[in-house]
Design a protein around this ligand. Structure first.
Ligand code: DSN
Length: 424
């Protein structure tokens, strides 16, 4: 009997249409330059854990305290994921069960807020200035059921103005102050947020989804010493499977565990938790520090190279894995830029910039991130190539020879830095 039973041949026989879609997706990931800041390449070991028979197991509860028998082996995987998380980030407590970042954030709100109490507020960065849908957007359950007050970036510097955050905190006396972003390029002053939270008696929550892999590799400040609760997804800079984890101080452990299960979720996805454990082990290796540093170094280089080509990085640059680029100087919308780049095999996304005059479906900016290209081994010289490909096409959208040159640059890069190369 085999020790591992997932079978590509069986899948191809059983469902050739799905198999073909998977082959096409792998080809796309190999041939496109992937600059979507929230995406990465999970390792073959992580992918193997996802396809394991642990997907067959029900395991409501937590290791050693389950509602089903037969959990001894998934307990091993989940306990390893918990211990590795605590060790890697120096946290008191970890819950590795959230299915997604949205579920993790909802669990934190469920743990500490009563939706019926209108006086319990959360102060968070507005979506239009780099926050997230789950940070109080009116179309999301966070904004529908809970009471959010938004802070913005400063109009001139385009960075978070801590005096403004303090003023809003004094005015609204929030129950939670939330820091974290999806499209904010700069380092966050976690100590300053903690001070404001202490002054008004608020809990301090950080959604570290985007930058947690950089924290693991020592390339971005850690929120853990300052925050009561830290949520993060595991598939962005951390390079694991899709899913999320919550860290918290010991005093909040029970409230967080109860909020994840049974308040928000039922059975945990134990195959995904095993894959999280694998990714955490990879993130503990010395090579991951090199990866995290290269990710930030390349993002800085890409922002600078785009600036040289006349594309303005919001806030003047980046301290993280992403840059937000204002296209107003070249008179182009984010939606058009996204489409043009896609046409030359560069995947990136349109993005609102602070104080954007256009609606989010069009937007005046693009977001570019380097977690995926840094995984492939690209470094500063390659960022110049990428900037030339993007700027060449955006500055001359009608020029077929510019498009051909850009496609050639992308092909050269993806061939020199292959994704999932065959072993041996
Ligand atoms: N949708 C993700 C992003 O692209 O940033 C965040 O959840």
């Amino acid at each position: 009997m085999k020790d591992y039973v997932a079978s590509w041949e069986a899948l191809r026989r059983t469902d050739p249409e799905i198999a073909e879609a998977m082959v096409d997706e792998l080809r796309r990931e190999r041939t496109m330059l992937r600059l979507i800041a929230s995406e990465n390449y999970a390792s073959p070991a992580v992918l193997a854990a996802l396809a394991s028979t642990m997907t067959n197991k029900y395991a409501e509860g937590y290791p050693g305290r389950r509602y089903y028998g037969g959990c001894e082996f998934v307990d091993v995987a989940e306990s390893l994921a918990i211990e590795r998380t605590k060790e890697l980030f120096g946290a008191d407590h970890a819950n590795v069960q959230p299915h997604a970042g949205a579920s993790a954030n909802l669990a934190v709100y469920g743990a500490f807020l009563d939706p019926k109490r209108t006086d319990e507020k959360v102060l968070g960065l507005v979506l239009a200035h780099g926050g997230h849908l789950t940070h109080g957007s009116p179309v999301n359950v966070s904004g529908k059921w809970f009471n959010f007050v938004g802070y913005e970036v400063d109009k001139d510097t385009e960075v978070i103005d801590m005096d403004r955050v303090r003023d809003l905190a004094r005015e609204h006396r929030p129950r939670i102050i939330l820091a974290g972003f999806t499209a904010y390029p700069r380092a966050i002053d976690f100590a300053a947020f903690r001070q404001v939270a202490d002054e008004v008696g608020a809990l301090f929550m950080v959604d570290a989804s985007h930058f947690i892999g950089l924290v693991a590799g020592g390339a971005y400040p850690s929120p853990v010493p300052y925050a009561d609760v830290v949520t993060f997804t595991t598939h962005k800079t951390l390079r694991g499977p899709r899913g999320a984890i919550i860290l918290c101080r010991a005093e909040h452990a029970k409230a967080i565990d109860r909020a994840v299960f049974p308040m928000m979720q039922g059975g945990p996805l134990e195959n995904v938790i095993a894959a999280k454990a694998v990714a955490l082990k990879e993130a503990m290796a010395p090579e991951f520090r090199d990866y995290a540093e290269r990710t930030v170094r390349t993002a800085r280089a890409l922002a600078a190279a785009l600036a040289e080509e006349g594309l303005r990085p919001v806030s003047g640059g980046t301290d993280s894995h992403l840059a937000l680029v204002d296209l107003q100087p070249i008179g182009m919308t984010g939606a058009d830029a996204e489409r043009l780049c896609e046409g030359v095999d560069v995947a990136l996304n349109k993005n609102a910039i602070p104080f954007d005059p256009l609606p989010p479906t069009t937007s005046s900016g693009i977001r570019v991130g380097t977690p995926a290209v840094a995984t492939l081994g690209m470094d500063e010289p390659e960022m110049r190539e990428i900037a030339l490909a993007i700027a060449g096409v955006l500055r001359a959208p009608e020029d077929e020879s510019a498009r051909a040159r850009a496609r050639g640059r992308v092909r050269d890069l993806t061939e020199r830095f292959p994704a999932y190369p065959d072993e041996g």
